[in-house]
Design a protein around this ligand. Structure first.
Ligand SMILES: Cc1cc2nc3c(=O)[nH]c(=O)nc-3n(C[C@H](O)[C@H](O)[C@H](O)COP(=O)(O)O)c2cc1C
Length: 369
């Protein structure tokens, strides 16, 4: 897989999740394996140019966090160009442009999904960026504004002509928000619209099999995972293995899940400090816990942590309590075991669909991503 001149070891990508895809999370995923290029949350180009402290924290990275992309949003061509040059000057490997954000605050300024409806303006803005730097510029978008305006294929043609190196496509419209099913036919149309650049499919992938299914059904060259990576940090490693060998690796043990959660916690404290790291981890731990089996007391305690000691005692109490449901190795006994969530695009048996849960949309700084 190549984005322009940038050679990538894997065709599996991390989707930006504002508030979540920070340095600690990216490092955890890289340590678990299978992930190549990972991106920041969206960053406002103007804030970056003003060296705003929050924007600089969003692009914090280190040597282990490589290759590394920053996602920019903005609608002023000069600002986007200057921000791209700045990012190139500090060693960022690739820049992604947000064209999919449905949040009103972003669209109002002409950024995010609004870019999908103004093809000429968007082409002009992107060309200014492509011409100004040597690193790849990619674009992330939804299928279009709504069902009647599926503009992604047209936009992809325009963007490829001005030099975009790859496309990330979330298979929903802006109007859909996170409802309904990811439209694999829509993703296929985007793949077919591109002449030579890679198209990366995105949306609802929670298992290695669903990643492979999206690639088989749409012809996309790779896939990107957001919530699925949060729900299952092993998804990159296991998908890479499945695509390479045709075999599924066994699910991680409970001890491994706890080890990785603890590592994530340690990195959060290292990067954000104890107080802020603990506050942020309140939103992270329940995602790990989704695969722990019976977990209510842990979720209740972990959303109140303010210190490392609070976390350690929440975990210790939980490990004690959980023993009643587990065997000597800590694995759940048959009665309490549950399979992973399956995306709706993999569920063809209608009645079962309603019974199965869709992957939740985390609460965060943006509610309607
Ligand atoms: C909480 C949250 C924050 C998000 N933030 C961003 C963002 O900063 N930039 C972006 O392009 N997409 C953002 N998205 C969209 C995701 O990158 C992705 O396209 C979407 O969640 C579908 O993929 P998934 O099912 O693998 O999560 C966000 C989604 C969620 C749920």
């Amino acid at each position: 897989m190549q984005f322009g001149q940038l050679q990538l070891k894997s065709n599996l990508f991390l989707s930006p999740l504002a508030g979540y895809t920070n340095l600690p999370f990216r490092l955890v995923l890289r340590e678990v394996g299978g992930l190549s290029l990972a991106t920041t949350d969206l960053v406002n180009a103007r804030s970056l140019l003003e060296r705003n402290a929050k924007a600089l924290k969003l692009i914090e990275t280190n040597e282990a966090d490589s290759p590394f992309a920053v996602q920019l949003f903005g609608a002023v061509p000069e600002e986007m160009r200057d921000a791209a040059q700045y990012l190139e000057s500090i060693g960022v490997d690739s820049i992604d442009i947000n064209m999919g954000c449905p949040v009103r605050k972003v669209c109002k300024t002409g950024g995010g999904s609004a870019m999908m409806t103004e093809l000429d303006d968007t082409a002009h803005l992107v060309k200014r960026m492509v011409d100004a730097v040597n690193i790849p510029i990619t674009a992330k978008m939804r299928l279009g504004w709504d069902d009647k305006n599926i503009t992604a294929p047209d936009l992809v043609r325009v963007l490829e002509n001005v030099g975009v190196a790859a496309i990330f496509i979330h298979g929903r419209t802006r109007e859909q928000g996170f409802t309904g099913t990811v439209n694999l036919t829509g993703i296929r149309q985007v793949v077919e619209a591109a002449r030579a650049i890679p198209v990366i499919g995105n949306g609802d992938i929670t298992t290695p099999e669903s990643a492979k299914h999206m690639m088989d059904a749409t012809g996309c060259h790779g896939v990107s995972m957001g919530r699925g990576a949060f729900y299952n940090p092993w998804i990159f490693k296991h998908t890479e293995h499945l695509l390479r060998t045709g075999e599924l690796l066994p699910e991680p043990t409970f001890a491994e899940r706890v080890r990785v959660m603890r590592r994530h916690f340690d990195l959060m404290l290292e990067v954000f400090g104890e107080q802020r790291g603990c506050l942020m981890f309140r939103k992270v731990a329940p995602w790990y816990a989704k695969r722990f089996g019976p977990v209510k007391p842990f979720n209740k305690a972990v959303v109140l942590i303010s210190t490392r000691d609070d976390f350690e005692s929440a975990l210790a109490d939980y490990l004690d309590w959980r023993q009643q449901f587990a065997d000597a190795d800590g694995e759940l006994t048959e009665r309490y075991r549950q399979g992973p969530m399956v995306p709706t695009f993999m569920q063809d048996d209608e009645p079962a669909v309603a019974k199965r849960k869709a992957i939740p949309v985390p609460k965060g700084p943006v509610e309607v991503w």
